[in-house]
Write a protein that binds this ligand. Structure first.
Ligand SMILES: Cc1cc2nc3c(=O)[nH]c(=O)nc-3n(C[C@H](O)[C@H](O)[C@H](O)COP(=O)(O)O)c2cc1C
Length: 194
């Protein structure tokens, strides 16, 4: 039985996928786990749309890339971020939106208290549950979430928070480094190491 730290340590963002099918029950297990997360006033503001229809995936990709391309070609991306993206080979192309067998579109009910905080907390649970099942994932945050929500007939009351491709990883990607406990944790006062 693998512990939570081990799952968290192992889990990494994957941007290239095989199109091989993976069990839907694993995806549902991960969503069931996500739904155990706490939420503001227990309003459970999350909704999930599982997309496996190639036509719908293609349409999502077309719209996502249209906006990504505009962003990548504009001057708005700061230099350090452009370099970070370049080093990782991240471009406006989002092959994972059509390659991954499943996309989980995560929505938040705007009218619920702390909706976004609650939904992202649930996303954290979801990622770990996918990792437990040996499935790769990415929290892709599209440039124009509303345009994609429209394709999926999402009502105005819900915002599209992220699209999570789920599948088997293609290629070997290293996990991004993490800072040390010392760098991130203080005791009693900012900057104090006790
Ligand atoms: C809120 C949030 C938004 C993100 N948006 C994107 C995104 O749009 N595209 C992408 O390729 N990665 C995205 N990521 C993934 C991060 O780049 C990744 O988690 C980070 O670089 C650490 O890498 P690791 O997850 O492999 O450890 C996002 C992550 C978070 C938490």
């Amino acid at each position: 039985m693998v512990n939570v730290y081990e799952l968290a340590r192992r889990r990494k963002s994957i941007r290239r996928y095989f199109s091989d099918p993976v069990p839907l029950e694993h995806v549902l297990y991960a969503i069931k786990t996500a739904m155990q997360a706490p939420s503001g006033a227990n309003r459970q503001p999350w909704r999930f749309i599982i997309v496996d229809d190639p036509k719908v995936k293609s349409e999502i990709r077309r719209v996502a890339e249209e906006w990504e391309r505009k962003l990548h070609e504009s001057e708005t991306i700061p230099g350090w971020f452009r370099e970070w993206l370049r080093e990782r080979g991240i471009t406006w192309r989002k092959d994972f939106l059509t390659d991954a067998p499943y996309l989980i579109v995560v929505l938040a009910n705007k009218r619920a208290p702390y909706a976004r905080e609650s939904v992202w907390l649930a996303v954290g649970y979801l990622l770990l549950a996918l990792e437990e099942k040996g499935l790769a994932s990415l929290t892709y945050t599209p440039t124009n979430p509303r345009a994609i929500a429209r394709i999926l007939w999402v009502p105005e009351q819900y915002t599209l928070e992220t699209i999570i491709p789920v599948g088997l990883p293609r290629g070997d990607k290293v996990k991004e480094p993490r800072m040390s406990l010392e760098e991130a944790v203080y005791y009693n006062r900012w900057g104090s190491h006790g």
